[in-house]
Design a protein around this ligand. Structure first.
Ligand code: GLN
Length: 429
């Protein structure tokens, strides 16, 4: 059997190809000569599987889709508190290149508009000898899983007409948000926008954000969960500039667009999506890109506000082990999926039904894919209460999903060997 997902994506692309509205960005001369017919779509799941269709190998410049990743790098090096002193998190409701500051704090309103992105660029920590755009290029290459390059032509072309971004740079220097030469920073920012990518690269990058900061193919954690949460929140509220509210209600996926015609979308815990089609609407967002994202969101039920009920599936199986341990019964709760608040609440409610007594209860985490801190706390609390009721209760963590911090001081309730070996020993089977 061949999965129909690839065919479905090709079908969506074909239908949206008919839409010929919009115009190429022409304030960057080189972008005005792009092929307006190019169209591509890629999707990456959190286990690293990718699908791509259309002009999937065509390279184009990342432009403003670099902004969330530059923000992530700044957060990674400086921490949230320091970054918030320089760039806010409020949607501006203004065009991406508005020369503006937050009226009260006198800092850029958010990192997705140019004033915030130029400031964020200045916060990237570059290794000695490397420039900030280069630091970002190296980071994006790691996210994409291949070596990315700059498009020198687009870079030089934008430099020639960068009057507006330079005005923003001088304005930021005047109010003290920038404390270095604004021209060098604006040039660096423009270079960051000129990194060449394909939709496949972008879907991989978006996939890392969807996967909580871990690049699924290499298994390497590239960003912390806290940083990813911050970046996605800002993408959700500010990523589509003055169309952000419309986007949130119709598509409902944190996203970021770029003037070369790309859009990335990230559905936390599920998928990363990337589309490419160069003709833009009046907000600077790809016309066909928006249509494709709307289609995908509706057809596949991806709107974030629809939620995904997962609590009901937390207990995969409850069974009594046949061999007895003296007069005691041994009961195994085979858990699966993600253990967050709602799942833990349901699990503890199910455990409430265990009658008081001296049953040996094993909570088996082998099939748990993600264990949040709140899940761990509630799990240990459940074990304590079962013990208070007279049971013997343990958490079986054969795959080592509990972190050191999560089981600090509670190691005695944790078994780290496989279930059969543990049962053999305990029950002397
Ligand atoms: N380099 C572009 C600029 O600064 C990026 C804008 C965008 O993609 N929206 O104007």
């Amino acid at each position: 059997m061949k999965t129909p997902v690839a065919d479905y994506l090709a079908h969506v692309l074909k239908q949206c190809k008919q839409n010929d509205q919009g115009a190429l960005a022409d304030y960057i001369p080189e972008l005005a000569s792009a092929d307006p017919n190019k169209l591509a779509l890629a999707l990456s799941t959190i286990d690293g599987t990718s699908y791509a269709t259309g002009d999937k190998d065509t390279e184009f410049t990342i432009q403003s889709m670099s902004k969330p990743f530059a923000y992530a790098l700044a957060l990674k090096h400086l921490g949230l508190e320091s970054v918030l002193k320089k760039v806010g998190v409020e949607p501006s409701g203004e065009a991406f290149n508005q020369i503006s500051l937050d009226a009260k704090n006198k800092i850029p309103k958010n990192p997705m508009i140019n004033s915030g992105a130029i400031t964020t660029h200045s916060l990237i920590h570059a290794e000695a000898g490397a420039d900030r755009a280069e630091t970002l290029r190296v980071f994006l290459s790691e996210l994409a899983g291949r070596e990315l390059e700059f498009d020198e032509q687009v870079y030089r072309s934008e430099l020639e007409t960068a009057f507006r971004n330079l005005s923003i740079g001088y304005m930021l220097r005047t109010v003290g948000v920038l404390d270095e030469d604004p021209v060098a920073i604006v040039h660096g920012y423009i270079k960051q926008c000129a990194i060449k990518v394909t939709v496949k690269d972008l879907a991989q990058m978006a996939g890392v954000l969807a996967n909580g900061g871990v690049q699924a193919k290499t298994g390497k954690r590239l960003l912390s969960r806290v940083v990813v949460r911050q970046v996605l929140s800002v993408m959700m509220t500010c990523g589509m500039y003055d169309a952000a509210g419309d986007w949130l209600t119709t598509v409902g996926i944190p996203a970021k667009s770029g003037v070369a015609g790309g859009i990335i979308g990230v559905l936390p815990g599920q998928i990363g999506i990337a589309v490419f089609s160069p003709k833009l609407d009046e907000h600077g967002n790809s016309v066909r890109g928006i249509e494709i994202m709307e289609r995908l969101s509706n057809d596949m039920g991806l709107h974030l506000m629809e939620g995904t009920p997962s609590a009901q599936t937390i207990v995969q199986r409850r069974y009594v082990v046949a061999e007895t341990d003296g007069n005691n019964q041994t009961v195994v709760y085979e858990l699966r999926g993600v253990l967050q608040f709602t799942e833990s609440e349901m699990l503890l409610r199910i455990l409430e039904d265990e009658p008081e007594g001296d049953t040996r209860i094993i909570l088996d985490l082998t099939n748990i894919s993600l264990l949040h801190d709140v899940g761990a706390r509630m799990l240990f609390e459940g074990v304590n209460r079962l013990i208070e009721d007279g049971h013997t209760a343990v958490i079986l963590d054969a795959e080592g999903i509990l972190t050191e911090a999560q089981c600090k001081g509670r190691k005695t309730s944790v078994v780290t060997e496989p279930l059969d070996r543990y049962l053999e020993k305990q029950l002397k089977i």
